[in-house]
Design a protein around this ligand. Structure first.
Ligand code: MD3
Ligand code: FE
Length: 211
């Protein structure tokens, strides 16, 4: 990074949710290299929900544990079911950023053991859900957005609670902990707004302490 004009700022999205705008931008090259390294070993794939629907988001994982869904349910697994091998190691640039972002949001000592990679293209969406397959809900989830912007839906503790729309841009990091940890959330279908660095795709990394 030389003299790029990026403005970083910290904003609360409510109790437990901290939006660190452009926090990851200085690390974009290392993050993209990590994404390419991981997906070369554990290719992105469209998983199937327990109800039999193909997810519109393409996913992969790195770290000791990876999140998977199939007809039998959701779970964390040490083995990639598509390759039969352990998930790729978490790149150092990934885990360092997650630990730093968590600390900036007040969660010291966060060491993720799972990183879910989500790839979106124009039209890809993620319906409202909770993340509750992790063992210890006292740890936050750290999310990193790269590439095309997305409208993120941040709901409440109940599915029917009104959701706030949060425009997440390239480089944005959000830390979701405390009372926000089990809130419903999702992503509206993406518009085609190609990003100069990433092209017509959005990558979201979510860092978790799953085991
Ligand atoms: C709020 N990913 O992978 S990141 C997911 O943009 C997921 O790909 C979305 O939801 C994406 O599970 C959203 C933001 C996010 C992640 C986890 C949360 C928000 C959260 C957990 C609790 C509350
Ligand atoms: Fe989620």
């Amino acid at each position: 990074m030389t003299e790029d004009l990026f403005e970083s700022s910290v904003e609360s999205l409510g109790p437990g949710a901290v939006w660190l705008r452009a926090f990851a931008t200085p690390h974009e090259a290392a993050l993209l290299a990590g994404v390419n390294e991981v997906t070369a070993q554990a290719p992105l794939r469209h998983m199937v929900t327990p109800g039999g629907f193909r997810m519109s988001v393409a996913m992969s994982n790195c770290g000791a544990l990876g999140w998977v869904t199939d007809r039998t349910g959701y779970r964390y697994d040490t083995i990639d079911p598509d390759t039969g091998r352990p998930w790729p190691c978490m790149p150092a640039a990934f885990s360092q950023l997650a630990t730093e972002a968590a600390a900036a949001a007040g969660f010291e000592g966060f060491v993720p053991d799972a990183c879910l990679l989500n790839r979106y293209e124009a039209g890809t969406r993620l319906s409202l859900h909770q993340d509750r397959n992790e063992r210890d809900m006292r740890w936050p989830i750290v999310s990193v957005s790269l590439g095309m912007p997305a409208v993120f839906l941040f709901g409440g503790a109940k599915r029917a609670d009104k959701a706030r729309r949060v425009p997440l841009a390239h480089g944005d990091v959000v830390v979701w902990g405390g009372p926000a940890r089990l809130h419903y959330h999702g992503v509206l279908p993406l518009k085609e707004e190609a990003h100069p660095f990433m092209g017509a795709c959005r990558i979201n990394l979510t860092f978790r302490k799953a085991g």
